[in-house]
Design a protein around this ligand. Sequence first.
Ligand SMILES: [Zn+2]
Length: 200
Amino acid sequence: MESMVEHSCPVCGADNALKMLAHTSEIPYFGEHTQITMSCTNCGWRVTDFIPAEGKKPGSWKLKIEDKTHLNARVVRSASCTVRISELGLEVSPGSSSTGYISNVEGVLERFCDAIGIIRRQADDEKDTEILGKCDDLLNRIERVKTAQEAVTLELLDPIGHSQILHEDSTSTEISEEIAQELEPGPVYPVFDVESEEFI
Ligand SMILES: [Zn+2]
């Protein structure tokens, strides 16, 4: 289902430039869900989100990555989700261009590696030795996590609550109001109501 949305773009402000694609499908263990992609025909801004058909499960999801089967655990990250690995001091907050994705734990670790790689390439070989050393250290540790030589905890914090880690060893808890307010809410865009199939 593709439709134009009568709403101005949150980034460039162009009137009625948003296009929405909605696609409903089934993800094992996550259930039926709707994937929504909004994009601006004027500036190219784009955001993807996942909305499960069966209610939300707000809160925090944790999985201690300590054996190789955990790397295959499916991760559904919605656009409002903060992804954190405390032991490594890594955190991705939802910004204005945050996008939801479905991946697995290994894929999430890869995304961290890519982000560290970008910082590493931008650093100056002579001036930024401290940054370079830190990047190399993090990349080494992530490699150790991938080969089950080091255990870290992957945490999803989602105040809106569409995100999940799908594994029998993962745990979920509710987020307190206090913590929810400290988290970035993610990109602001019209919210799609699955039941009425309308923007609210
Ligand atoms: Zn735009």
